[in-house]
Design a protein around this ligand. Structure first.
Ligand SMILES: [Zn+2]
Ligand SMILES: [Zn+2]
Length: 136
């Protein structure tokens, strides 16, 4: 039986060299699994948390509570259009189109400040990896 290790091509090392190591955009640590996002999992979590905190800052505590409830109850879902969500009214008798900056519910159309549906849309947008990669 002929065994000679020097004849076996190091395919494995060639393969792994083809992919350059990617560093986290925030801390510079080398990424493994979640390289597509541009950040390591810990940084991604921190960035998301900071983005959600920043989004909440524009809204009253009452609006924040309503937005949390809406998300928890599954009352807001993404549509086929990126960044556009559908939200069910609090009475359940109407469906609104919601964007992180606008909403066509009566409060959203009347008020100068965005309604809580918009906050819910912002929180959900931050939670999706695709929008985060785009923002970065
Ligand atoms: Zn990092
Ligand atoms: Zn609204």
């Amino acid at each position: 039986m002929w065994v000679d290790c020097s004849y076996s091509m190091p395919y494995d090392s060639l393969m792994s060299n083809a992919t350059a190591p990617v560093a986290c955009l925030r801390c510079g640590r080398k990424l493994t699994a979640s390289a597509a996002a541009g950040y390591g999992p810990t940084c991604l979590r921190k960035i998301r948390a900071a983005a959600i905190t920043a989004a909440r800052a524009d809204f009253t505590p009452e609006q924040q509570a309503k937005a949390d409830e809406l998300i928890r109850d599954g009352g807001i879902v993404p549509t086929a259009r990126p960044g556009i969500f559908q939200a069910v009214s609090s009475k359940g008798d109407a469906v609104y189109l919601v964007h992180p900056a606008a909403c066509n519910c009566s409060a959203g159309l009347r008020a100068r400040r965005p309604c809580y549906h918009s906050l819910a849309a912002r929180i959900l947008s931050v939670a999706s990896r695709r929008s985060l990669a785009k923002a970065a």
